[in-house]
Design a protein around this ligand. Structure first.
Ligand code: ZN
Ligand code: ZN
Length: 440
């Protein structure tokens, strides 16, 4: 018998934790942080959970026997498969017993390790001693009665995969997060094709964009950014997901074409350095002429920061202040203190290049952000394209795959989804968290 149980990702964007049991084999597909649940009680970094007890208390971390490192009972799980490195899919492996193998793409492991090394608090991003087992498209991973086939998809972070899971009852497909309008739609197309060939019993699909579908593409984002940068006589500040390499490449290209430098944060530089070791990824060269690493003013630097400052050309607030029309500066909300020294000249502007109002990759404190922009006279442009597939394209894909059952997760509009997808002809249950669904 095969069954599914959803411990997260139900009526929320992200927090995916899908328990799949086949005969005596148990795996989780993703083990993410529920940002929406966490936001109800916490506001990082001002109010953060101290340990797992509070996360368990508020059900931000579900109670599951035999999976957590702080739980002395025997291990009850055979493996975890991560679709990609976004925190809402991966962060809570931090709490897992270390003898549970975690399967993921090479890039995902690199990003998770690098980001955990630069994190202030390790509670929710502790990757030490995790047994990462990396895969590539084409691999087939056998875990007792289950065989998992990872296939690359395009998403707003490199190294994203969907899965075809071959169980004793038949195939189950999990999309992870995916899209058809990014820079590599052919990867997603290949995944859909393979999913169709598997004639699956069930598809577990993301359903993020049911009410906020905006049609655009990465090249369009680049063109819009270029337009703003061309018109702006002052400093251009920008914020986007730190592991969104496609977006970084777009800003880098605009910087080159407009004779500006792209100043990245130290965290970003650290991550880029790690990712640049993968020859399959096109990462802007940190030592190249057009990239600068922004050195944040601090009394004391961590070891990783000192290392990072040796990776390329450094610039600080005083220097940026003197060359404002020559720089596009990546500036997260937590770097805003630097504006006091930079003193943006009139006609500078701020580009938010992430989703609004909710983003899986970063927490945005809008009220305070606007106050800062107001104080410095910086208009805000919103230039972004979603990491998630659009409704009509998703419908086409599901029609192609034509499974018996569709489980819509990673979204907050299950009923809308069910009505819109009715003509696909699949059963579409309204999912209840932690209920068991038998697959046959
Ligand atoms: Zn997600
Ligand atoms: Zn994602």
């Amino acid at each position: 018998m095969t069954s599914l149980r959803f411990y997260g990702g139900v009526n929320e964007i992200g927090g995916n934790k899908i328990f799949l049991k086949d005969k005596d084999t148990s795996i989780f597909l993703d083990f993410g942080m529920s940002l929406m649940a966490k936001k109800q009680y916490y506001s990082t970094p001002f109010l953060s959970p101290r340990n797992e007890k509070s996360l368990l208390e508020f059900r931000i971390l579900p109670r599951i026997d035999g999976v957590y490192k702080f739980d002395e009972s025997e291990r009850s799980l055979d493996a975890v498969f991560l679709s990609h490195s976004h925190a809402d899919h991966s962060a809570y492996i931090s709490f897992l017993k270390r003898d549970i193998p975690v399967y993921c793409g090479e890039t995902t492991a690199t990003i998770l390790k690098a980001l955990s090394e630069v994190q202030l608090s390790r509670l929710e991003s502790d990757m030490r001693e995790i047994q990462f087992r990396t895969f590539r498209t084409g691999d087939k991973i056998q875990v007792d009665s289950i065989e998992v086939e990872p296939i690359h998809v395009d998403h707003s972070v490199p190294g994203a995969y969907g899965f075809i899971i071959h169980t004793s009852s038949g195939a189950i497909v999990y999309t992870g997060d995916f899209r058809l309008h990014g820079t590599k739609p052919e990867m997603t197309e290949e995944f859909i094709e393979k999913a169709k060939e598997a004639s699956p019993l069930a598809v577990i699909t993301e359903s993020t964009n049911m009410t906020g579908a905006e049609i655009s593409s990465e090249p369009e984002v680049r063109k819009k950014v270029d337009k703003v940068v061309k018109q702006a006589p002052g400093l251009v500040l920008v914020d986007f997901g730190k592991a969104d390499i496609d977006r970084l490449a777009s800003f880098y290209r605009v910087a080159l074409e407009n004779n500006r430098f792209l100043a990245v944060t130290m965290r970003q530089a650290y991550l880029l350095d790690r990712l640049s070791r993968d020859s399959k990824l096109k990462i802007p060269n940190l030592r190249g002429e057009s990239v600068l690493i922004f050195q944040k003013a601090k009394k004391k630097y961590y070891k990783w920061e000192t290392e990072t400052l040796k990776l390329g050309n450094i610039v600080d607030a005083a220097r940026v202040s003197k060359m404002q029309n020559k720089v596009i500066m990546v500036c997260s909300f937590y770097d805003f203190e630097e504006l006091l020294e930079i003193k943006p000249v009139p006609e500078s502007c701020y580009i938010l290049s992430a989703s609004e109002p909710f983003d899986e990759e970063m927490e945005i404190d809008f009220d305070r952000l606007i106050n800062w922009l107001e104080y410095y006279g910086l208009p805000q442009y919103h230039i972004h394209v979603s990491g998630h597939i659009m409704p009509l394209q998703l419908k086409e894909a599901l029609k192609e795959i034509s499974p018996k059952t569709i489980f819509p997760i990673h979204g907050v509009h299950q009923e809308l989804f069910g009505k819109f997808m009715a003509s696909v002809g699949s059963e579409i249950p309204v999912i209840e968290k932690q209920r068991e669904y038998t697959i046959e």
